[in-house]
Design a protein around this ligand. Structure first.
Ligand code: GLA
Length: 416
């Protein structure tokens, strides 16, 4: 699975037609993300700086013609599609289950109940439920074929990318007219209220709002954005993702506890979020644990600002914009490990082994407790660093990590 194998619109249309027996109306893609810095700040109304990566969820979508048996009308019969009821939304994916069957499912907007559905289908179902609640449109009678190059469970937001791809596809064929901001907030509600994961907005925003070759500087308090140039090639650099293959779940891990701790700390000072708290405040009234969490959030917001200064050229030497952020990445990792306590032995090993092998900066990304780390390296060191990380994992008896390079891709769009 690599970026080069991204399907074309023509191939998606072909797969859709083979699956459902008629031609789709349009194809879309929504990328996964790597957050450069600004971790566990989004739900604290703080600052984040993700890139959209060059791996994406791709969908082909078609509204079933109303008055005909589409399966019979065309020469080729539909294959692998679940039986349909008139208002159902059918989804077929190229991913396969343990028995080799393609993952597929169907539901109607009317039957959806928040919190009742589990697994991958809950993400598109959450989007459909939120579309009904937000716009009053009960989408139905529609088919989606999905292909993804975002590794699942690696902490690169494969499920958020799926939500975004499904939303922009439904937005177009049902003429919902949602703007980017509304799309970000709608997919967040799908995740929070329907799926039951109390996540923030960095992942969806990265997928929807990022421009090619840029990182997205996002203020999660008001969703104001600035596109920040991020050109690895210009500095002879690569960004490696090290997927520890330790799985994590934001509905079940300590993610919710961290969020609660921050909200309780804000509540003690009578403010809505930690962003509204004066950073000079005396943290005396908090527990030791709350103090550590708050310290991470304050320092991480500051690191995002300094990172942006470097990347925009006001914080370092010309030609060293990205190189200038290496120390900030390391400081972010230390803070996530020690103050926020969301790292794990595999993530720490990834960072340490990459640094020992010559990386210039590294840190865990995402919610933590598993998932991926990133390492910023000189292009010439890619193999050496990758091999060293794999060897370090083997020496400690961990599963072999998946190591691959990513670059700053472009935000979600229609593909023709
Ligand atoms: C996960 C969540 C995001 C964010 C990060 C931590 O990726 O989905 O909203 O909170 O963790 O920064």
């Amino acid at each position: 699975m690599n970026a080069a194998s991204a399907p074309t619109a023509a191939r998606l249309a072909e797969e859709f037609a083979t699956t459902f027996g008629y031609s789709p109306q349009a194809c879309f893609r929504a990328p996964g993300r790597v957050n450069l810095i600004g971790e566990h700040t989004d739900y604290n109304n703080g600052l984040v700086l993700p890139i959209a990566i060059d791996r994406a969820v791709h969908v082909a979508i078609g509204r079933r013609p109303q008055d005909r048996r589409v399966d019979e009308e065309q020469d080729r019969p539909a294959t692998a599609a679940p039986p349909r009821s008139p208002q159902s939304i059918r989804i077929v994916s190229d991913h396969r289950d343990d028995s080799g069957e393609r993952l597929s499912g169907q539901f109607t907007a009317a039957e959806l109940v928040p919190g009742q559905m589990r697994g991958w289908l809950s993400h598109p179902a959450g989007v459909v439920d939120e579309i009904a609640k937000t716009t009053g449109t009960m989408v139905g009678g529609v088919d989606l074929y999905v292909e993804s190059t975002v590794p699942v469970g690696a902490g690169l937001s494969s499920s958020h990318a799926l939500e975004v791809a499904v939303l922009i596809a439904l937005d177009e064929v049902f003429d919902l007219g949602l703007n980017d901001r509304e799309k970000v907030l709608l997919t967040q509600r799908a995740e929070n209220d329907f799926v039951g994961a109390p996540t923030g907005i960095v992942d969806q925003a990265a997928s929807i709002m990022t421009e090619a070759g840029h990182a997205l500087f996002l203020d999660c308090r008001d969703l104001r954005t600035r596109q920040i140039p991020f050109d690895l090639d210009a500095e002879g650099l690569r960004l490696l993702v090290i997927d520890t293959r330790v799985s994590h779940s934001h509905s079940e891990s300590g993610y919710g506890d961290r969020r609660r701790s921050c909200e309780e700390a804000a509540g003690i000072f009578g403010v809505e979020s930690l962003r509204e708290l004066d950073e000079a405040v005396d943290l005396g009234p908090l527990t030791d644990e709350q103090r550590k969490r708050v310290r991470h959030v304050f320092n991480e917001n500051a690191r995002v600002r300094t990172t942006v200064d470097h990347l925009e050229g006001s914080g370092g030497q010309a030609g060293h914009r990205i190189r200038g952020i290496a120390e900030l990445l390391l400081a972010s990792h230390a803070s996530l490990a020690e103050d926020y306590e969301v790292s794990c032995p595999e993530l720490d090993t990834a960072v340490e082994a990459a640094m020992e092998a010559g990386a210039i900066g590294a840190r865990m990304i995402g919610g933590g407790f598993g998932g991926s780390a990133i390492a910023l390296i000189d292009a010439a060191d890619a193999d050496r660093v990758g091999d060293a990380v794999i060897a370090a994992f083997a020496a400690r008896g961990y599963r072999t990590p998946d190591v691959f390079a990513v670059s700053a891709g472009t935000g979600a769009s229609r593909i023709d």
